[in-house]
Design a protein around this ligand. Structure first.
Ligand code: AMP
Length: 227
C-alpha cells in the first residue's frame, strides 16, 4: 500500500483458476471490509439474462468458455466502479484476467494504488473436479460443491449446474486461464502486489489464510500498479 497506513476501504483483486473458490472468498472479503464485491462473471451473467443484442454476444463467448473481448469487459467494469470506485475500495473477482486488462485497470483508476492482489492456487485437476460437480444458486449465486441437491442454504433459491460447467467448456476455461490469465500472476508479483494463497481445503480454512495475509499485507506496503 502506497502510504503505509491501513486502508479503511482497501482495493483488492483476486486471481485464480476457474474453480479456485474466488467467488466464495471474494464475498467474505467484501463483507469483512465493507467494500463492493465486483465480479465480472456475475455482471456478464446479468447481461446475458437480459437477452439484449449485447447479452447474446456475451453469451456466445461465455458458452464457449472463452474470454469476453477486452473492450466490452472494460465498459462493464468502468460502469460498475463509477467515478468513486477507487475511494470506495473494492474486491475484484475475475477481473483483470490478462495483462492488457490489468493495464487498462491502472489507466481507469489513474492515479491508482492497488492495496493487495491474492492468487488462490489450486491444481487444475482439483479445479476441474470442483467445477464439474458443483451446483450454483440461480438467485444469489452461492456455490454448493459436491453435487448437493435441494434449495440454496442462503436464500432458498433453486440450485443448478452452471451452463459453462460442463466438461468440455471447463476444459476450455482452464486452458484459457493457463494461457492468458496465469501470466498476470507473475506480472503482479514483479510489482510486489501479490500473495499466493493455498486454495486447497474447506472454505473456512482458505478464508483463514486470506485473513492472515490481509492482516499482514494491508499494513506493510504495496506499489502503484501503473509503475
Ligand atoms: P467467472 O464467473 O469468473 O468464471 O466468469 C464466467 C465467464 O465470464 C468467463 O468464462 C468469461 O467468458 C467471462 N468473463 C468473466 N470475467 C471476464 C474477464 N475479466 N474478461 C473476459 N471475460 C470474462
Amino acid at each position: 500500500m502506497a502510504n503505509g497506513a491501513t486502508p479503511e476501504r482497501p482495493r483488492i483483486l483476486v486471481l485464480g483458476r476457474p474453480g479456485s473458490g474466488k467467488g466464495t472468498q471474494c464475498a467474505r472479503i467484501a463483507a469483512r471490509f465493507g467494500i463492493p464485491h465486483i465480479s465480472t462473471g456475475d455482471l456478464f451473467r446479468a447481461t446475458v439474462a437480459r437477452d439484449t443484442p449485447l447479452g447474446r454476444v456475451v453469451r456466445a463467448y461465455m458458452d464457449a468458455g472463452d474470454l469476453v473481448p477486452d473492450d466490452l469487459v472494460l465498459d462493464v467494469v468502468a460502469d460498475r466502479l463509477g467515478p468513486d470506485g477507487a475511494a470506495l475500495g473494492f474486491v475484484l473477482d475475475g477481473f483483470p484476467r490478462s495483462i492488457p486488462q490489468a493495464e487498462q485497470l491502472a489507466d481507469l483508476l489513474d492515479p491508482f494504488a492497488l492495496d493487495l492482489a491474492l492468487d488462490l492456487v489450486v491444481p487444475a485437476d482439483v479445479a476441474r473436479l470442483r467445477l464439474t460437480t458443483r451446483l450454483v444458486c440461480g438467485d444469489c449465486g452461492r456455490s454448493v460443491g459436491g453435487g448437493a441437491i435441494g434449495a440454496c442454504g442462503d436464500c432458498g433459491g433453486s440450485v443448478e449446474a452452471r451452463a459453462d460447467d460442463d466438461a468440455s467448456t471447463v476444459a476450455r476455461r482452464l486452458a484459457v486461464y493457463d494461457r492468458t490469465t496465469a501470466p498476470l500472476s507473475d506480472w503482479l508479483d514483479r510489482r510486489e502486489l501479490l500473495i499466493r494463497i493455498d486454495g486447497i481445503g474447506r472454505p473456512a480454512e482458505v478464508a483463514a489464510r486470506i485473513d492472515a495475509a490481509c492482516d499482514v499485507l494491508l499494513v506493510s506496503g504495496s506499489e502503484d500498479l501503473a509503475s
